[in-house]
Design a binder for this molecule. Structure first.
Ligand code: H2B
Length: 99
């Protein structure tokens, strides 16, 4: 069964409940940046997300520069945003120590 893409209204509602996350200009992804004390904390955060993502079979696009982690979420199989991205954003916020 194909993964359903969220409507614009669904995306707006999801973002209202995800402070810190922003919609990419093309409307097909959301992104958020996190800053930590140092590389070890940033990488520990990424490790926890990686374990969750593998279990959920839904993976982030991300980059890390020392203490910063920039995360973009989109559903490749749907060509845009789906509920899987909302669920992963919620999980990432729960993992983030400052949230
Ligand atoms: N992650 C993301 N972000 N989007 C996907 O469409 C996706 C994924 N698909 N992780 C999964 C893996 C798929 O390729 C496997 C075969 O289930």
């Amino acid at each position: 069964m194909p993964i359903a893409r969220l409507s614009e209204a669904d995306i707006a509602a999801a973002l209202a409940a995800l402070p810190g996350w922003s919609l990419r200009e093309d409307g097909k992804a959301i992104h958020r940046a996190f800053t930590f004390a140092d590389f070890a904390e940033a990488f520990a955060f990424m490790t926890r997300i990686a374990l969750h993502a593998e279990k959920a079979d839904h993976h982030p696009e991300w980059s890390n520069v020392w203490n910063r982690v920039a995360i973009t979420l989109t559903t490749h199989d749907a060509g845009g945003l789906s509920l899987r991205d909302v669920a992963l954003a919620q999980a990432i916020d729960a993992i983030a120590p400052q949230s």
